[in-house]
Design a protein around this ligand. Structure first.
Ligand SMILES: [Zn+2]
Length: 447
């Protein structure tokens, strides 16, 4: 059937990111009648499972969405990374992204944007419009463009994120914090969408990821207290989606999506403990141990999640692994023996694959990519902690990310054939707006 849509500069798009909401969970909650707003959008569109990025972390995935390129091009491989040629770690900020984000592409074409809480937007870039940084921004003051927006948001009780440390102490405190954060997000989003001129708006909800990390097992086990509260939080998210999409107006295009799926954590697995036990990592396990302590006795080290780096001569300051043949042989040795890692209770393999970087990534930032990436089977959450010697550990975090089982949904539209992946984000957004696609984009428009 032929359908007519508004053309030209009048077109607008609202993207709502529901961090870490699995397609499978969303389907279950919609079918159970818990999410009527999502159900209505799903009935008009094409709710589809989608793929994340490797490594499967929000900073990497959302950066792929807003740039339309793979991590080998945009250069964001995790929450933290190493400054080239050093063992110094930095927290991933907007200044480290090597490809233009949607707000820059659109801003250069004179389009205005409203960007709320998207990961990797701290410090706040000077967009054509308004922006408030996402989690990892230290505080609201200094996290907005223009700066005076912070005061307006403060008055609405705006919070960038919950307090994840408090969450480790008490689930009740976490759930209250999540509710208050969500209510303030809705107040800010509805006000900004109504009062600003915009072509592209993007509102990010991080609380879904937080809830899943801390409450997933309680929900999966049908805990009498917390399983209902897990569902109640999702009902609140549904109401938030409803209010925000109504504030944007029916004439705006609407894309709802998540950046990765979720599953129950069976074990946390400390890759550093494995490297140490196998003689590759020579830093003794102490609370103060850090990557900066590496010397020539360490041939391999790692960063969460499953990012493995060789201590390469000429690249790392204390490098001891010779480039060329030695590097390749050591990579192969690590990949082969890591694959033997097995669950201590069941004997099941922990990893799905250990892949060399050039198989997963391509582009100008490939040099910054980990030399190997360990890809876990669902349930095995890969960590890197120099402090401990225990290989299999647990924590209050009972849910972990998955690569598949993210979701995409566009109101009133059928998606193009194939499984969408986060890199398809920028091209899809531009195509929904009727904008030309810059040539450097790697993803494909899904609508
Ligand atoms: Zn997460």
């Amino acid at each position: 059937m032929l359908r007519l849509f508004r053309r030209g500069p009048g077109r607008r798009l609202l993207v709502m990111g529901l961090d870490g909401v699995p397609h499978s969970l969303l389907t279950e909650l919609i079918d159970g009648g818990e999410m009527p707003n999502l159900a209505a959008v799903a009935a008009s569109g094409d709710l589809r499972p989608a793929r994340s990025t490797y490594p499967t972390v929000s900073c990497t995935a959302w950066t792929s969405f807003v740039t339309g390129v793979n991590p080998g091009t945009h250069g964001v491989f995790g929450f933290a990374d190493l400054e080239p040629g050093s063992y110094r770690q930095y927290i991933t900020g907007s200044q480290y992204v090597r490809s233009p984000q949607l707000w820059r592409i659109l801003g250069e074409r004179g389009r205005r944007v409203v960007i709320i809480n998207v990961p990797v937007t701290a410090p706040p870039p000077e967009v054509n419009g308004v922006l408030v940084s996402g989690f990892l921004a230290p505080r609201l003051d200094g996290a907005t463009h223009p700066p005076e927006l912070a005061e307006r948001l403060q008055a609405l009780g705006y919070r960038i994120d919950i307090d994840p440390w408090q969450a480790r102490q008490s689930l009740d405190a976490l759930l209250e914090d999540l509710d208050a954060t969500l209510r303030a997000r809705v107040a800010a989003a509805t006000e900004l969408l109504a009062s600003e001129q915009w072509t592209y708006a993007m509102v990010h909800i991080m609380g879904t990821d937080r809830t899943n990390h801390f409450v997933w097992a309680k929900w999966a086990d049908g805990d009498p207290d917390y399983a209902p509260r897990f569902v109640q939080y999702y009902r609140g998210v549904d109401a938030a989606v409803g209010e925000i999409m109504r504030a944007a107006g029916d004439d705006a295009e609407l894309l709802l999506l998540s950046d990765h799926g979720f599953t129950r954590t069976v074990h946390e697995v400390n890759i550093d403990a494995w490297l140490r036990a196998h003689g590759y990592l020579a830093i003794p396990a102490t609370e103060e141990a850090k990557i900066g302590d590496i010397d020539e006795d360490t041939s391999v080290f790692s960063m969460t999640p499953g990012r493995i780096r060789l201590n390469l001569r000429g690249r790392e300051p204390q490098g001891c692994v010779e480039p060329g043949e030695h590097y390749e042989a050591l990579r192969e040795e690590i990949a082969t023996s890591l694959m033997e890692l097995a669950d201590p209770d069941t004997g099941e393999p922990v990893l799905q694959a250990v892949r060399p970087r050039e198989e997963l990534f391509h582009g100008a930032a490939l040099d910054n990519a980990p030399d190997l990436l360990a890809i876990p089977r669902d349930g095995y959450d890969l960590k890197s902690s120099l402090a401990g010697d225990e290989l299999f550990t647990s924590s209050p975090i009972t849910g972990m990310h998955t690569y598949g089982d993210a979701f995409w949904l566009i109101r009133g539209r059928t998606l193009a054939e194939g499984t969408p992946c986060v890199e398809d984000g920028a091209p899809t957004a531009l195509s929904l707006l009727g904008e030309d696609l810059p040539e450097h984009l790697e993803g494909t428009p899904m609508a």
